[in-house]
Write a protein that binds this ligand. Sequence first.
Ligand code: PGA
Length: 257
Amino acid sequence: MKRLYFGSNLKMYKNVHDTVCYLKELEALTMDLDRERVELFIMPSFTALAEAKKNVQRIQIGAQNMCWADRGQFTGEISPCMLEELGVGLVMVGHSERRHVFGETDEEVNQKVLAGLRHGMQVLLCVGETADDKKYGISADVLRKQLLVGLHGVSGQDARSIGVAYEPVWSIGVDGIPASPDYAEEMHRVIKDCLKDIFGEASGSIPVLYGGSVNSGNARQLIARESIDGLFVGRAAWQAGQFNRLIRDAVEAKIPG
Ligand code: PGA
């Protein structure tokens, strides 16, 4: 049976107290979900990671970013060792806001991917084309480049620790327009083909999640598509009750009954 993935990046919205309240509520609401079928993860701010880890058992906690180096002259950065110390075993790298607000390059993203794997973490690599890339018809090329560079040097063995989130830049956030299920499916196929070129059969273990203005109105149609293995949700996930309903709706749409 295919496993489905649901996660949320809390961005810079919830303090420690709000994060813990949210996680406790979400965990209580989703307690009965079969974890063989549904994997749930939440990425709070760095300052809330320690308390988040202490307060939930059945929701995986991940970091929104990290430095590629273990230690050194990197003022303001958080190292993989520091995440390890907190027991955080999942890290997101290359989120659109890291790339486009903070200027992260594919090469830096690659260094972070490799650092995460070196530390035995699961790594969620985010990729996505801009509106201009789409306009000029180079979306597939951009995605391929982000994957080929981002995953450079990753072994077939380590492919098991990789997940990919496809988040078109134009679909994210308050001004975002959600990708149509047809378009998302087409890009997910591009991603899966590229992963197969890189890892061969080992690519079969890599889940590819869609993100960007996912909401209760489009979650079912998106998840129903063959190549969409999960949903990476921002705003529509930040209230536990709303996210719980979205997850249940989506699970039902993918696995009827
Ligand atoms: P959104 O955010 O669902 O609020 O568009 C998605 C994301 O940035 O991961």
